[in-house]
Design a protein around this ligand. Structure first.
Ligand code: SF4
Length: 338
C-alpha cells in the first residue's frame, strides 16, 4: 500500500530520526562548548545544504528534522492532548513564522553568526516552544505546519519536489491541518494556509524573498556588539530590497493574473539561485575563506570557477523548479485513508 511503511522502513526512518537528532544535539552542545565548531557546523554545513534539500526531497527533511522530531515526541509517546488548531489560528501562526524568519535572519549578521551561546540559548527556547505546542496540538499543526519559521521556506522551494518519501511521523492521519502539507501536490506559500492572513503571508513571502536574500548578502558581518550599533544597516538593506522585490511581484501578478503560478515559480527560483550565487563559491574556499568554507579547493580551481559554479546552480535550480516536466509530486507519499 502506497505511503504505508513496512516494519523495516519504519525502523530505518526511526534510526535516521535518532541520528539526525543526535547530530542536532551535537551541534547544539558545540555552540556552548566549542562555539567555533558549533557555529561552523550550523551556519556553514547544515544551513547551506537545507535549501537544496527542500527543492529535492522536502519530505525527507520533514521526516528527520531534529526540531520536528522534538515537537512530535509528545504525539509519539502519547502525551499530546491532540487539540485541533483552528484555521484562523493556523493563519496567525503562519504569519508569525514569516515574521520570525525575517526578524531573526538579519540578526544573524548582528550577533547570531558569531555568538555560539546566544544562538544555542535561542535554539533551546525554540525547542521548548516546539515541544510545548506538540503537547497541546495535534500532529504537525503544533509546529511543523504552523509556527516553524523554516516552514514558509520549505513551501517556497519545495512546491515541486524531485522525490517523495513515505511519511515517517504520521502513522494514522488525524487531519491536523487542511490541506495536508505532506500529502498535497503542488502547495505553495500562497495556497498552504487557506485563510486571508495565510494567503497574504504567502504573497508577502514569495514576493519579498529574492530581494530579502540579495539584501541579506549585501550586509557585512559585524563582530561583537558592533552589530547592535548597525541595526539600521543589518535590517535596512534586506528590508528595502525585499520591499522592492515584493512590489515587482505584486505588479507582475496583477498584470498577468493567469501566469501567477509561473511568476511564483520564477520568484522561488530567483530566491534560491540568489542564495547559492553568494553561498556556493565560499563553500569551496573561493573568495573570502572565512565566509563559509567547508572544503578549500581554491588552490586547484581557476579564477573563473566562481562564475561557473553560479551558472551551474542557476541552471540546476531553473531546471528543477521551472523547466522540469512530470513534476506532480507531494512531499510525502499519501495515506490511503486521506
Ligand atoms: S498526514 Fe494527516 S496528521 Fe499527518 S500532517 Fe498530514 S494532515 Fe496532519
Amino acid at each position: 500500500m502506497e505511503g504505508v511503511l513496512s516494519n523495516l522502513e519504519r525502523r530505518i526512518w526511526r534510526l535516521l530520526q535518532v541520528l539526525a537528532w543526535a547530530a542536532g544535539m551535537f551541534i547544539w552542545g558545540a555552540l556552548f562548548i566549542d562555539p567555533r565548531l558549533g557555529l561552523h557546523l550550523l551556519w556553514n554545513v547544515l544551513i547551506p545544504i537545507a535549501p537544496a534539500l527542500f527543492v529535492i526531497a522536502p519530505g525527507a527533511w520533514r521526516n528527520v528534522c531534529p526540531l520536528g522530531s522534538m515537537a512530535l515526541a509528545p504525539h509519539h509517546i502519547g502525551w499530546s492532548q491532540q487539540k485541533r488548531l483552528s484555521a484562523v489560528w493556523r493563519g496567525r501562526l503562519f504569519f508569525a513564522a514569516f515574521v520570525l524568519l525575517i526578524v531573526v535572519a538579519p540578526f544573524r549578521k548582528v550577533l547570531l553568526d558569531t555568538n555560539g551561546p546566544l544562538i544555542g540559548a535561542l535554539l533551546f527556547a525554540v525547542g521548548l516552544v516546539a515541544i510545548g505546542m506538540g503537547l497541546v496540538l495535534s500532529q504537525k499543526s503544533g509546529w511543523c505546519s504552523s509556527l516553524c519559521p523554516v516552514y514558509p521556506v520549505e513551501l517556497l522551494y519545495g512546491s515541486q519536489p524531485v522525490v517523495s518519501v513515505p511519511n515517517a511521523h504520521c502513522h494514522t492521519c488525524l487531519r491536523c491541518v487542511s490541506p495536508c502539507s505532506e500529502s498535497t501536490v503542488g502547495l505553495t506559500p500562497r495556497t498552504a494556509v487557506e485563510t486571508k492572513l495565510g494567503r497574504a503571508t504567502g504573497v508577502a513571502l514569495t514576493g519579498c524573498f529574492p530581494g530579502f536574500v540579495w539584501g541579506w548578502y549585501n550586509v557585512p558581518m559585524f563582530s561583537g556588539w558592533d552589530g547592535v550599533r548597525h541595526l539600521h544597516i543589518a535590517y535596512g538593506i534586506p528590508y528595502a530590497a525585499a520591499s522592492l522585490s515584493l512590489v515587482v511581484y505584486v505588479t507582475l501578478c496583477g498584470v498577468r493574473p493567469k501566469q501567477e503560478d509561473l511568476i511564483t515559480g520564477i520568484f522561488a527560483t530567483a530566491a534560491i539561485s540568489t542564495y547559492y550565487w553568494f553561498r556556493l563559491p565560499p563553500v569551496f574556499g573561493i573568495g573570502d575563506p572565512d565566509a563559509a568554507m567547508i572544503v578549500d579547493m581554491s588552490p586547484w580551481l581557476p579564477t573563473w570557477s566562481a562564475t561557473a559554479l553560479r551558472v551551474i546552480a542557476l541552471g540546476v535550480f531553473g531546471w528543477l523548479m521551472l523547466a522540469r516536466t512530470n513534476r506532480r509530486r507531494a512531499w510525502q507519499t499519501q495515506f490511503n485513508s486521506l
